[in-house]
Design a protein around this ligand. Structure first.
Ligand code: LLP
Length: 445
């Protein structure tokens, strides 16, 4: 066994058995192999083909309930706005909406999706550093709950649009608390150098200015420091700074009714220790419990990531000197996180025999023509062969939503498992769909 421990040391990794044990919706059966909520994944693959995204509805519901209960138990007047960007499928939005979740949206498309899925407008918050006049107009026309404004420039634009429409925008100022979330640089948003939010020291003056503007009603403050956050201390630091602002604003005679505490709660991709919803609720309560504010949270990943897998088949196993390459039919165009963020996703076999076979290291790759199309290196897996299936875990967030059709690969099918019943919630694209909106101009000569 290796004595040095690098990020790619398989001795450090949880085994497939440990990964399955940590995800209660996944179970192994001697006859059927790996199942999600009682549905054998091989059965889904036999009918729908691969690659296919498969989501557990009950897991999403249970996680929303766990988070909401933790916030309530901490004594907070709170509301969960699901960050639609993590997984914007209508079925996901409607099942979370039916459980009472609101939506955190960042574009016209997400706003329309949330409304189409039946989420009431007053439960929608619009975030984002660059909302266009058209998007702000739609948000006002729909009368959504709150618009999180990220700059003085945006505030001026919103005031002009709202007063022109004879409307009043309920606004929170998104403040950049200049806190390091300790996560991957590409998903860190809370440092002063990031493009996000209003500089901390400008917040009080801008809030007072907002209160004087036509068409604007300042409701409160918002912050979001990053994603896949694995420690509570950056949250505590950010919330303490925002709570200071609430006090300063009230001292200056302003009304502060809401604080949007953002999202970012990390999940144990690698079975590592992660903060719990109770921990997050405690961090929020620690700063805001006595401030008489309504607290919003906007988690994406925590609610849906672990509920989803990417079900793929092995095309072939290629033995190269010193390395066994397992080549899957899923690729970076389907799940880009490993290529984009060096993200670690568990990979587990599906068939009953593969689930009990001895493990040895393999590099798991897709067929796209880039070296970055690598899901895992030196991963402990059984001796897979062509047509064996594997599940790439924790792919319910930032999975299908980030897919592309690179290499002219059609978008994969999506399936929702709901208490032992399953349905296709998105058909696999046909190749003809790839070019159906393309036009070839007539030759000019
Ligand atoms: N609120 C705001 C303002 C956000 O920008 C985000 C995520 C969230 C909430 C939800 O964060 P979550 O709870 O999901 O961490 N594609 C990346 C993640 C990008 C997150 C962007 N903003 C990934 O695959 O890791």
């Amino acid at each position: 066994m290796a004595t040095s421990h690098t990020a790619e040391d398989p001795a450090e990794d949880p085994t497939p058995d440990e990964l399955i044990a940590g995800r209660p919706h996944l179970t192994r059966h001697a006859q059927d192999g790996l199942a999600m909520d009682g549905v054998p994944l091989n059965r889904i693959a036999d009918v729908v083909g691969t690659p296919t995204w498969v989501y557990s509805a009950s897991t999403m519901r249970a996680r929303l309930k766990a988070l909401s209960s933790a916030l309530t138990a901490a004594g907070l007047d709170s509301h969960v706005h699901y960050a639609v960007k993590a997984n914007d499928h209508l079925a996901v939005l409607s099942l979370l909406g039916a459980q009472g979740a609101g939506a955190d949206v960042v574009s016209e498309g997400e706003l329309r999706r949330a409304r189409h899925a039946g989420i009431p407008a007053d439960r929608i918050v619009f975030s984002g550093v660059g909302k266009s006049p058209r998007e702000l107009t739609l948000a006002l026309a729909e009368d959504i709950g709150q618009i999180n404004v990220e700059s003085a420039e945006e505030l001026a634009m919103l005031s002009a649009i709202a007063s022109g429409m004879g409307k009043t925008a309920r606004v929170a100022l998104r403040v950049n608390p200049d806190v390091d979330a300790g996560t991957h640089a590409k998903i860190s948003t809370g440092r002063a150098t990031a493009k996000f939010g209003i500089p901390y020291d400008d917040a009080v003056a801008l809030y007072r200015h907002a209160a004087s503007l036509p068409g604007i009603r300042p409701m409160g403050l918002a912050t979001h420091i990053g994603s896949q956050i694995l420690s509570l201390s950056p949250y505590r630091a950010a919330y303490a700074r925002i709570a200071d602002l609430v006090r300063a604003l009230r001292q200056a005679g302003q009304t502060v009714e809401t604080v949007d505490c953002g999202g970012g709660l990390g999940i144990p991709y690698r079975n590592q220790p992660t903060p719990s919803p109770a921990g997050l609720a405690g961090a929020i309560a620690g700063s805001f419990h006595n401030l008489d504010v309504r607290v919003f949270v906007e988690p994406g990943r925590w609610l849906v990531a672990q509920a989803g897998i990417l079900l793929t088949s092995v095309i072939l196993v290629k033995q190269a000197p010193g390395t066994r390459f397992v080549v899957l039919d899923g690729a970076m165009n389907d799940l880009v996180r490993p290529a984009m963020y060096d993200a670690w996703h568990g990979i587990v076999p599906v068939s009953p025999t593969d689930l009990v076979a001895p493990l040895s290291p393999a590099d798991v790759v897709g067929p796209v023509c880039e070296s970055g199309d690598t899901f895992a290196r030196a991963r402990l897996l059984p001796p897979l062969a062509a047509n064996s299936r594997v599940a790439i875990l924790d792919a319910g967030a930032y999975g299908a939503v980030m897919s592309s059709t690179y290499n002219a690969r059609p978008l994969a099918a999506q399936v929702l498992v709901d208490n032992e019943r399953w349905s296709v919630i998105r058909d696999r694209q046909f190749h003809t769909n790839l070019w159906e909106h393309e036009r070839v101009p007539a030759p000019t000569a």
